[in-house]
Design a protein around this ligand. Structure first.
Ligand code: NAD
Length: 434
């Protein structure tokens, strides 16, 4: 924001409101659906169907611990909607995984796949466990048993899980192996996010960060800014944040601040993002970097920069801090970093928010490429993955941009309208049986 109380787009900036915060991912997802439905030409019956998941499988996952004792964990797989193709979405290992959280996150996956026009619906699942308390062997046994417990509802043509919080390529490899052993045939397409040696795609890991950078670059162009004059702050220098920051840096933007869970670093002249190590590379390294200033994560969110990219966790821009947000644009790298109420305040203040379901959708898009490679048994080069991702992102960007330009919608509403009209169109055309 400028000193004259206007943002960089010259629009007057209003004070924030104080709506109550949503309680859960499911509550937020339902509120976002209701809001989007009011902008989209979709049958009420279709909207009613979309408020509910098709199925939620809850399972018990017994685990033999290394010391011989036995623990039982609870796992879930929520399948929201598959009108456009198999359910698609991550599996997380986190102590707070619940059925409702999985349902809310699976709804977001439905919209994300539809906005990208991928032939998938939305799913999400996980096990309520803290993976840090498990040895590698325990994680393997837990993953294999969980795969067995949900085997009847997953499959390359039914539901294709992927890594999420607390899981990664190794868990996907164990899951794929367990599924394949029971099916009696190697089935790489049952999960995505696998290591390339067993059918994973090159470029999958960097993809969400790359799409965040592409969307940021297109938005900078849309508002007639010059990328060379654009300052960027990134919360969370992990897989999404570090890849986005490094690409934007490479394309000429000035990345002035980045953070990890321990804190943030700030250099008004721009950081050397290649030289800042990511969280995965060495925990605590961001705050260990020799920058002129260190900040807290809260300070980073309030920096007076052109673009703020929250790329760490959900619910970081809330009614508590939204009035202090000074960036001229927010690009959501994380899933759900802006609460429903804070989003309304940013809209009032004329600060564009490029939504998660578009900005970080590079991850599921390259997962789709991986699924295609698995089905065709033919691996793509990294160059091809980058080219096709760029093309898919621009296609989705243009579809959303048209609604912003023609109907004066927010970027989030426009993305939801694109998604909902595709899903609604498919549901109305297929009809309800019986
Ligand atoms: P990651 O674990 O690689 O990185 C997360 C980063 O955030 C790390 O730097 C970590 O130190 C930091 N962090 C963690 N807790 C924090 C806190 N409380 N405050 C500030 N920083 C904190 O995770 P990631 O894969 O980059 O995912 C980040 C976000 O992006 C998540 O919301 C995730 O759901 C979303 N996302 C990830 C993918 C993917 O495929 N990796 C795809 C789409 C969306």
């Amino acid at each position: 924001m400028n000193e004259d109380g206007k943002n960089r787009n010259g629009e007057a900036v209003a004070d924030g409101g104080s709506e109550s915060e949503p309680e859960s991912a499911l509550a937020t997802a339902r509120r976002q659906l209701e809001r989007a439905a009011s902008h989209a030409d979709v049958d009420d019956g279709v909207v009613a169907r979309l408020k509910h998941p098709t199925r939620v499988q809850q399972v018990s996952v017994p685990l033999r611990r290394d010391d011989g004792s036995l623990d039982v964990f609870t796992g879930f797989r929520a399948q929201h909607d598959d009108v456009r193709g198999p359910y698609k979405g991550g599996l997380r290992y986190h102590p707070e995984v619940t059925a409702d959280e999985c349902i809310g996150l699976s709804m977001w996956m439905t919209w994300k796949c539809a906005v990208m026009d991928l032939p998938f619906g939305g799913g999400k699942g996980g096990v309520a466990v803290d993976p840090k308390t498990l040895s590698d062997e325990e994680r393997e046994r837990l993953t294999r048993r969980f795969a067995e417990e949900i085997r009847n509802v997953v499959g390359p043509k039914k539901d294709v899980p992927a890594p999420d919080m607390g899981t990664g390529p190794q868990e996907m490899a164990w899951f794929m192996d367990a599924y394949s052993m029971q099916q009696g045939e190697t089935t790489p397409g049952v999960v995505t996010g696998k290591p390339p040696v067993i059918g994973g795609s090159y470029g999958r890991e960097e993809a969400p960060g790359r799409s965040v950078a592409i969307v940021t670059r297109e938005a900078i162009d849309f508002y007639d800014w010059d990328i060379e004059d654009t300052t960027v702050a990134v919360q969370g220098f992990g897989s999404v944040g570090a890849n986005a920051a490094r690409l934007l840096d490479e394309w000429g933007a000035k990345v002035v601040a980045v953070s990890d869970v321990d804190g943030a670093i700030y250099d008004p002249d721009g950081l050397d993002t290649q030289d800042v190590e990511g969280h995965d590379e060495r925990p605590g390294m961001v705050s260990g970097y020799d920058a002129p200033e260190s900040l807290t994560n809260e300070d980073l969110l309030e920096l007076d920069v052109d673009v703020l990219i929250p790329a760490a966790i959900g619910n970081v821009i809330t009614t508590e801090n939204v009035d202090a947000i000074s960036a001229d644009m927010v690009v959501e790298g994380a899933n759900g970093p802006t609460t429903f109420a804070a989003d309304a305040v940013l809209e009032e203040r004329g600060i564009p928010v490029l939504p998660d379901i578009l900005a970080n959708a590079g991850g599921v898009t390259v997962s789709y490429f991986e699924w295609l490679q698995d089905i065709n048994r033919r691996q793509w080069s990294l160059e091809r993955v980058h080219e096709e991702l760029e093309a898919e992102m621009l296609k989705a960007w243009n579809a959303v941009r048209e609604h912003v330009e023609e109907r004066d919608l927010t970027w989030r509403d426009a993305a939801y309208v694109v998604a909902l009209s595709r899903i609604g169109g498919a549901k109305e055309t297929r009809g309800l049986w019986p």
